[in-house]
Design a protein around this ligand. Structure first.
Ligand code: PMP
Length: 406
């Protein structure tokens, strides 16, 4: 993989931060945007900016076609059966909230159980906590192993005939754990339960086939996969989407509006009230093209190489603790003895190296790990081993600096 060729498409990476060439190791928070995506969005604004599904004039028709073409492309990208199973939302958070509000309120009753894990991002935990409060259902946690993985036997132990929904992340944004969604979906269905998957950290890095996984719902965000902020995707099986009530009301999603009552249009537009994210959808389409061109298999294999390289070097630094399993997605969450993650991140930033520090929107997991925060370096196909070498040097410098201070 010629990453230096790809890097030419990412002008943002070619800059100095605090007098040093930027090393961007925060893709898990948001990925960088190639010129092809930026161009697709500016072509829309320069050439055919117009509302969709409304006017029949030329610009409006072109915008509608581009918006709906993204739906088709997304269907193909995750291998959904029908393009109507692709609902555009503001992001993963909005997608999961939509399922919890609409499908959750319809399906879950007092005494039912909702299964989650302690590795969930708040986006896939808090909506279920709120659903449990509204309905009198109980949240049940699949226990994690010491290395941050989930045993299939543990899933079998907690998923019972009381279970209504299993809500789980495909890839952990903290541990990098890759969950066996296909098998967990099989267990859920065997118990007449439904599975909702947070795919925010999976879709940018692994080939995802929603039919093969046989999931009921799957959510992800464009901004973590080379696309713009402000748009994400909810995949839902058509049989569920058809039964679900919208959670937002207004223009576009209606069929007939009387003075007192209204009826809704078809899935998926029923869930897309108001003017949607048109430029963002066009950007997402270009992002899917770019990722497809690079190839998800190539991306996974390359990230794996980078992650192994980083972990091997990090392990040579005394006092480092790395969280999560050996087999993982392209990120490393860690702590350095005697250095607060925020201080570490500040020192690395002075070297031009961007890593994330904090609780990563996963406070229950931080508690389980016995820490209040961690640092995280996350990689994508535009990163290099040379950048990892600079990061390792930065870690060593930070350690020396703070040990000296102590
Ligand atoms: N789930 C996971 C695993 C994530 O990493 C993120 C983003 N940090 C989200 C959900 C939320 O995504 P968004 O902020 O785009 O809605």
């Amino acid at each position: 993989m010629d990453i230096f060729e790809y890097r030419k498409d990412f002008p943002i990476l070619d800059q100095e931060v605090n007098g040093n060439p930027l090393v961007y190791f925060d893709t898990s928070a948001t990925s960088q945007t190639p010129v092809q995506v930026i161009q697709a969005m500016s072509e829309y604004y320069e050439g055919y900016n117009s509302n969709v599904h409304r006017g029949v004039h030329t610009l409006g028709t072109k915008a509608t076609e581009a918006y709906e073409a993204t739906r088709m492309k997304t269907r193909q990208f995750i291998n959904a059966k029908r393009f109507g199973e692709i609902v555009f939302t503001r992001g993963t958070t909005a997608a999961i909230n939509l399922v919890a509000r609409s499908f959750g309120d319809m399906m879950v009753e007092s005494g039912d159980e909702i299964i989650v894990t302690e590795m969930e991002h708040h986006a896939n935990l808090v909506p279920w906590q709120e659903l449990a409060k509204r309905t009198g259902a109980k949240l049940v946690f699949i226990p994690l192993e010491d290395d941050g993985t989930i045993k299939i036997d543990s899933v079998k132990n907690v998923v019972t005939d009381k279970t209504k929904i299993v809500a789980i992340t495909h890839v952990s944004n903290v541990l990098g754990t890759i969950n066996d969604i296909k098998e967990i979906a099989r267990i859920a269905h065997e118990n007449d339960a439904y599975i909702v998957v947070d795919g925010a950290q999976a879709v940018p890095h692994l080939a995802v086939d929603v039919q093969d996984l046989n999931v009921d719902f799957y959510a992800f965000s464009a901004h973590k996969m080379l696309g713009p902020t402000g748009i994400g995707v909810l995949y839902g099986k058509m049989e569920h989407l058809k039964k679900m009530e919208p959670v937002e009301y207004g223009g576009d999603m209606i069929d007939f509006v009387e003075k007192e009552t209204s009826t809704w249009t078809e899935v998926p537009v029923k869930f897309e009230a108001g003017t949607p994210m048109i430029a963002e959808a066009i950007g997402l389409s270009a992002a899917i093209d770019y990722i497809t061109e690079v190839g998800l298999e190539n991306i996974s294999a390359y990230e794996d190489k980078l992650t192994k390289y980083a972990m091997e070097k990090m392990r040579n630094i005394e006092g480092i603790e790395i969280y999560g399993p050996e087999t993982r997605a392209g990120l490393v969450t860690f702590n350095l003895d005697g250095v607060h993650p925020h201080d570490l991140s500040t020192v690395l930033d002075s070297d031009g190296i961007a890593v994330r520090a904090g609780h990563h929107c996963a406070q229950p997991l931080m508690r389980l790990l016995g820490v209040s925060s961690t640092a995280r370096a996350s990689f994508y196909f535009y990163n290099s081993t040379e950048e990892i070498d600079r990061f390792i040097e930065g870690l060593k410098r930070a350690k020396e600096f703070f040990n000296y201070e102590l």
